[in-house]
Design a protein around this ligand. Structure first.
Ligand code: PLP
Length: 396
């Protein structure tokens, strides 16, 4: 294993401090490293492998497409993308979709939609966007510009202009930033990388009201919290609101790079037109086939229901863990997206867990994030809790 790690560090740009593991394959909720050691996975490749590893029907759908055609370009129609578009619009209740290759690219598109929509209304080119502190929207320039962590942005200035940051769950802080140039408010329904901070129902409804009143677009980024992770296909569906623009990715392709931004008909009819936006790979037949298979399997396996039920169980169990360790300050989240906040860095706990065959990930330095495949069972949760407690005991 060490040879591979040395080679990786020699040739691959060091933009991640990686855990010292080389994974080889996966099956269900388990991962295996190149030495054959088994791990219970509570990360799912950062919320990607919702269906678990090595799902046969998913793999077959992808393989079948590989043998047909991988790519044609967006100058022609392809059936898998059409099927995927029907599935994702139906599941989200949005009207139109643009497929991308990643989450960041979906956010870029959403920001362009907001600016173009506002430009069509008043012809100005100095529109403002309100984003949230602690938010994470990706590493490309547009997405980074609306990401609420100063240290991610600082070395790369200047960012795109006219972005302001409000505080999550503080409507007054949003209202204080509104001007006649505000064209959009962008927010994760449940913040992921920033530390598992859920938006409250009151806040989301308040944002919807502000946008209805001012004509600004509400962009909800559900790249991490969407696709059933919270027990709802999209987390906002719990609150009876709908965004004007939605971004989704991660589990959308369950391992095949795939993202999307979606919008209402009103926004679609008054924003991007032919020539305004494009992508070479986005929405290609391979991604389309993967995405279509994902939605089919979500229905067949009742993924959202499982996330809701096992998520509630996970919540109960993590609440017990929190109550027995004074070093745990907070427990937050919904469904199968939860976090435990400690009073010190959690890297040590995560390393101990890895030694014991449990894959966990942090969100910020002091928070352990739980993002298991959405097929996990209560038994898997019980197994995880045993190892987690041992890891905490050994780390302190
Ligand atoms: C992961 C993530 C992104 C970026 O997605 P990439 O596919 O890594 O570009 C954007 N927004 C949220 C909420 C995310 O969790």
């Amino acid at each position: 294993m060490q040879n591979y790690i040395d080679e990786a560090e020699k040739y691959i740009l060091h933009t991640y401090n990686r855990y010292q593991i080389v994974f080889d394959h996966g099956d269900g909720v388990n991962l295996y490293d190149i030495n054959g050691k088994e791990y219970l996975d509570f990360v799912s490749g950062i919320g990607v492998f919702a269906l678990g590893y090595n799902n046969k029907e998913f793999n077959d759908a992808v393989k079948e497409q590989v043998d047909k055609i991988l790519h044609t370009s967006n100058y022609y129609y392809n059936v898998p993308a059409i099927e995927a578009a029907k599935a994702v619009t139906k599941a989200s209740g949005m009207d139109k979709v643009f497929f991308t290759n990643s989450g960041a690219e979906a956010v870029e598109g959403a920001l362009k939609v907001a600016r173009k929509y506002a430009y069509n209304k008043d012809g100005r080119t100095d529109h403002e966007i309100i984003a949230m502190q602690h938010s994470f929207h990706g590493r490309t320039f547009g997405a980074l510009s609306v990401t609420g962590t100063e240290k991610y942005r600082a070395p790369f200035g200047p960012m795109i202009g006219n972005i302001k940051f409000a505080n999550m769950n503080d409507l007054e802080s949003v209202k204080a930033l509104l001007t006649d140039k505000t064209c959009a408010i962008i927010c994760e329904t449940l913040q992921g990388e920033g530390g598992i901070y859920p938006a409250t129902e009151e806040f989301l409804k308040g944002l919807r009201e502000i946008c209805d009143k001012t004509g600004a677009l509400l962009i909800l980024d559900e790249i991490q919290c969407g696709m059933g992770r919270t027990g709802y296909m999209y987390c906002w569906q719990k609150y009876g609101i709908r965004p004007d623009v939605l971004t989704t990715a991660k589990a959308l392709g369950c391992g095949i790079p795939m993202g999307a931004f979606l919008m209402t008909k009103e926004v679609a009819d008054n924003s991007l037109v032919a020539g305004d936006h494009g992508t070479t790979y986005g929405g290609n037949p391979l991604g389309g086939a993967a995405c279509t298979a994902v939605f089919k399997l979500y229905e067949k396996l009742n993924i959202c229901e499982n996330a809701k039920e096992v998520g509630a169980y996970l919540f109960e169990k993590l609440e017990e863990v929190k109550n027995s360790y004074p070093q745990i300050k907070d427990h937050r989240g919904m469904g199968l997206m939860q976090g435990l906040e400690f009073d010190a860095p959690v890297a040590n706990i995560i390393n101990k867990a890895l030694d014991k065959g449990l894959v966990l990930i942090n969100a910020g330095t002091n928070i352990i994030r739980f993002l298991p495949p959405l097929i996990i069972t209560k038994d898997d949760v019980d197994k995880m809790i045993v190892i987690l407690k041992e890891a905490i005991d050994n780390a302190y």
